[in-house]
Design a protein around this ligand. Structure first.
Ligand code: ZN
Length: 243
């Protein structure tokens, strides 16, 4: 799985595609596959793994299981519902882009995603890094941030730095607010400070995650605190191929 990439990708899409993207709906799309599934993969504990599931890989990415949330089929189905309910094409397209980006990001690990679901349960997987969700959150963090997974997060974080201006109040007022009716809707209930917080939170969370996890993984935790940017790392992790 990808960790902070899902928090940052939508901002890049907004920066590149402008008003064709509703940032909020793109973020909802980006979060949606993991929203109801990740807690079950990790359990509620941090240091030890609460075994809620006997087979997290199957649940998170497989079928039978909740793996259908990690498919283009699911992305298109929800997009159809959004279009029906809101009649807003920009919102629907933004959700779809976020959801598909999530699916493609997750195809980079060793378990991958069911690209052709429901016609096939074949997993598209590039195996750049190992899926270690079954070992619990702490070990998965070590595995992800010492391998190419961490590089993938850092790639998006560094790219987004170029567009730091999009986080200013001026950009929010002049560009974002007028281009997306979501904000005027929200403005009926709350002021600008809350809206700015909502707008920036995912980016803040993404950067804080990457910096925090890298420090924890390399300097604080003493379990394999070494970077290994070889293909399919880390090699201490049990092999988790697609089912
Ligand atoms: Zn995911």
């Amino acid at each position: 799985m990808s960790w902070a990439a899902h928090d940052l990708e939508p901002y890049l899409f907004r920066a590149k595609l402008g008003a064709r993207i509703s940032l909020v709906w793109c973020l909802i799309g980006s979060y949606s596959p993991d929203l109801l599934t990740k807690w079950a993969v990790y359990g509620f504990g941090f240091s030890h793994h609460d075994a809620i599931l006997s087979d997290p890989v199957q649940f998170h990415r497989g079928w039978p299981g909740a793996g259908f949330t990690h498919t283009p089929f699911w992305g298109f189905a929800v997009t159809g519902v959004i279009l029906l309910l809101t009649k807003n094409r920009t919102w629907a397209f933004s959700y779809l882009l976020g959801a598909i980006a999530h699916v493609l990001s997750d195809s980079l690990d060793s378990v991958g995603v069911m690209m052709l679901f429901p016609f096939s349960t074949w997993h598209m997987h590039f195996g750049l890094w190992e899926y270690v969700g079954e070992a619990g959150r702490a070990k998965d963090a070590v595995a992800y941030y010492t391998s190419l997974g961490g590089v993938w997060d850092a790639f998006w974080a560094l790219w987004l730095l170029r567009y730091w201006r999009m986080f200013t109040v001026t950009y929010f007022r002049d560009e974002l607010y007028p281009s997306d009716p979501f904000w005027s809707w929200m403005h009926r209930f709350t002021g600008e400070t809350v809206m700015l917080t909502v707008y920036r939170t995912s980016a803040f969370f993404g950067y804080a995650s990457i910096i925090g996890w890298y420090i924890w993984v390399l300097a604080i935790n003493d379990f394999h605190p070494h970077l290994d940017w070889s293909f399919g790392a880390p090699h201490w992790a049990p092999r988790q191929g697609p089912r």
